[in-house]
Ligand binder design. Structure first.
Ligand code: RP5
Length: 158
């Protein structure tokens, strides 16, 4: 089966965030591929990768002047989710991803939030996949149960 989600990291140094995204896709039973391609260092290679991909959603992970999500979005009309990677400044990558010009949207998640990128990709795919929708609900239910369990360990007055 072709990968439904293509995760592209701007550099191998983004791998810790890429792995967070991959773990969630795996948990939800979504086929994915994880790779590296840079908007600045490999522009032609990146364009070919995106144009030839059969993925339905792209997750793009980049730091610094994070052009990757925007450039991927310029080469496809499929949904593109951008994950800003933290560094010395932090707002650089956030603003690079959030401040796309009109006409070319990128959905931004929080700094280093690879998991949320995958959950959002899953929610997009679940629009036409009832079984996946149920797996996402189960993921939410488990999360809720963990917080309620945490709450039960606290007592009034602490
Ligand atoms: C960005 O520059 C990458 O996404 C990475 O977050 C950052 C630094 O890249 P390296 O110099 O570590 O390869 O393009």
């Amino acid at each position: 089966m072709a990968a439904e989600v293509l995760i592209i990291m701007g550099s191998k140094s983004d791998e810790p965030v890429g792995k967070k995204a991959a773990v969630v896709l795996k948990e939800l039973g979504i086929e994915y591929k994880l790779t590296v391609a840079s908007a600045h260092r490999t522009p032609k290679y990146l364009a070919k990768l995106v144009e030839e991909s059969e993925a339905k959603v792209f997750i793009t992970i980049a730091g610094l002047a994070a052009a990757l999500p925007g450039v991927v979005a310029a080469h496809t009309i499929k949904p593109v989710i951008g994950v800003p990677v933290s560094g010395k400044v932090n707002l650089d990558s956030v603003l690079s991803i959030v401040q796309m010009p009109p006409g070319i949207p990128v959905a931004a998640v929080g700094l280093d939030r690879g998991e949320n990128a995958s959950l959002l990709a899953a929610e997009i795919l679940a629009i036409s996949d009832e079984a996946l929708s149920q797996r996402i609900q189960a993921h939410r239910d488990a999360q809720q149960a963990r917080v309620i369990e945490d709450a039960s360990t606290y007592h009034e007055g602490i």
